[in-house]
Design a binder for this molecule. Structure first.
Ligand SMILES: Cc1cc2nc3c(=O)[nH]c(=O)nc-3n(C[C@H](O)[C@H](O)[C@H](O)COP(=O)(O)OP(=O)(O)OC[C@H]3O[C@@H](n4cnc5c(N)ncnc54)[C@H](O)[C@@H]3O)c2cc1C
Length: 489
């Protein structure tokens, strides 16, 4: 059952609420099918926007509705896609959705794990807004919502500066930052959201706000970790940092050495200096087992880390070089090897665990033995350094426990007949790896709902966020996201 707006307000008023079938409030509730939208209304909207409108039947419709994790469970058929050509195109798009009771999805990079960037209602697509301006004197970048992480890193790199962004060049810098944001440099400079300075936000009632620590400290706090809940961020400013070239690349091992490499990886990461981050990837396919790494710091420290990694097991290949950070930041994420042609479907499951236990290692190795050949499993964002020194309540993004780690399995396929098998495999992986208690979800990696609902996403920040949500978006207009919902009863 999806809760209606009235139920949301009523239930919040009594301190509880009903979660919908998808766990979020009203996820598919209000969407019209488009049949009752007058043609003149669309014509009027078209006259108000600088970008393009895409409707079912248009040549670009199939492309415009697709997002990265597109599969039979996540796919949607929008009534209308507004491809914004100007930041203020968001205003008439919001008004149109409200007037016609259309569910809204907001999309920048389209990399959400649950395909929240698409909808059966109206999609506000900001991916064409790509202006990036660097202020080298203040070490600040101002970027529009559609700028990808790789594009921001390249622009900053021209001035010898680096942003803190995720490890995939095609994820939007906005999307990753609004959900918290963990990347190669988080041990040195914190989460992406710790580096956010301001955001230009268009709210559910189509008001434009410039939000920063002075203008609205409460909303600015909420934007840093739960940001998709409060409106559409059309552009933002983040702090840049000056670092020299980094050591980066991949070290490959034979899959038969997985157990030794996983145990050794855990030991190395436990003592990792702030300037070091590494991701371990396991695939049954030809890419095998490899550690992707980034180090910024003294060469002697890098030499010592490489020596430790090489001693885990015989290496079969190394692609390691000292390089500008931007070059590493533009490299495809392990889960996204840049397949050509792109697969028809992609899926992913992720789990947040507070330690890499022996049991987790055993399960990963066992799962690898049964995995379809397209699967990539991994351990990412080993939590340490600066990101863990920021208190959990300092921003809305709470999951900063040292030595915790994000586990994931990504899979892809093209034959619809394989769909059930892929999902069954992913769900079994998830069943085995989910923690038995104190389950936490990271907003940027949410792939499933917990019994506890959105408190799993926001921990002790949940009550404050709920109050903020009720203040700025009382009807839960923006719900295709890691949604702040009232507590399940
Ligand atoms: C291959 C891959 C690698 C990744 N690597 C990392 C990583 O290293 N670190 C990490 O922390 N995360 C990582 N992620 C997760 C990623 O940060 C999140 O999925 C993020 O939300 C994607 O943002 P997007 O704009 O690309 O996606 P979208 O699907 O467009 O948006 C994601 C969510 O943010 C909302 N949103 C997007 N733009 C706006 C906006 N302008 N205003 C308001 N709300 C908006 C959407 O409504 C949706 O709820 C990765 C994901 C993938 C697929």
């Amino acid at each position: 059952m999806n809760s209606t707006r009235r139920e949301f307000l009523r239930d919040v008023a009594v301190g509880s609420a009903v979660l919908g079938a998808g766990g979020a409030l009203g996820t598919r509730g209000a969407a019209a099918d488009g049949a009752d939208i007058p043609f003149e209304a669309v014509t009027k909207l078209r006259a108000r926007v600088q970008g393009q409108l895409v409707l079912p039947g248009d040549a670009s419709y199939d492309q415009s509705k697709r997002v990265f994790y597109w599969n039979p469970q996540t796919q949607r058929q929008p009534v209308l896609v507004v491809q914004c050509g100007h930041e203020d195109d968001v205003i008439p798009a919001i008004e149109f959705a409200r007037d016609h009771a259309l569910e809204v999805a907001v999309r920048s990079g389209g990399h959400s794990h649950l395909a929240w960037g698409s909808s059966d209602g109206l999609v506000i697509d900001l991916s064409r807004l790509k202006q990036i301006t660097i202020d080298p004197a203040r070490k600040i970048v101002r970027a529009q919502a559609g700028a990808f992480g790789g594009e921001v890193a390249r622009a900053a790199g021209e001035y010898g500066l680096v942003p803190v962004l995720g490890q995939c060049p095609g994820v939007s810098a906005t999307g990753v930052t609004l959900g918290g944001g963990l990347g190669w440099l988080s041990g040195l400079f914190g989460a992406c959201c710790d580096n956010l300075l301001s955001a230009r936000l268009i709210t559910a009632d189509a008001q434009t706000l410039q939000v920063n620590a002075q203008s609205d400290p409460d909303l600015f706090w909420g934007l840093r970790g739960a940001g998709a809940n409060f409106g559409v961020t059309t552009s933002f400013e983040v702090q840049l940092h000056a670092i020299g070239p980094v050591l980066g690349g991949d070290i490959h091992f034979a899959v038969r050495d997985a157990r030794a490499v996983l145990h050794g990886f855990r030991e190395i990461m436990h003592e990792a200096p702030d300037g070091f981050q590494a991701t371990l990837n396991l695939t049954p396919g030809e890419r095998g087992l490899f550690i992707s790494l980034c180090h910024s710091g003294a060469e002697s420290e890098a030499d010592n880390l490489l020596k430790q990694i090489r001693s885990l097991a015989p290496t079969v290949r190394e692609v390691i070089q000292r390089q500008p950070f931007a070059k590493l930041a533009e490299k495809a994420a392990a889960t996204n090897p840049g397949n050509t042609p792109a697969p028809a479907f992609r899926g992913i499951q992720t789990v947040y665990r507070d330690r890499i236990t022996d049991e987790i290692i055993d399960i990963l190795i066992d799962q690898l033995a049964h995995a379809p050949s397209d699967v990539v499993m991994g351990l990412s964002h080993y939590m340490h350094g600066a990101v863990c020194r920021v208190p959990s309540e300092a921003t809305a993004f709470p999951h900063r426990q040292a030595h915790s780690v994000h586990l994931r399995v990504a899979f892809q396929w093209s034959d619809p007949a394989d769909t059930d098998r892929r999902f069954a495999w992913g769900e079994e992986w998830l069943r085995q790896l989910r923690p038995k208690s104190d389950e936490r979800l990271y907003a940027n990696y949410q792939t499933y709902e917990t019994e506890a609902g959105s408190p799993s996403l926001f921990g002790s920040n949940h009550s404050r966020l709920l109050a903020l949500k009720i203040k700025h978006d009382p009807t839960n207009f923006f719900h295709r996201n890691a949604n702040i919902a009232a507590r399940r009863v």
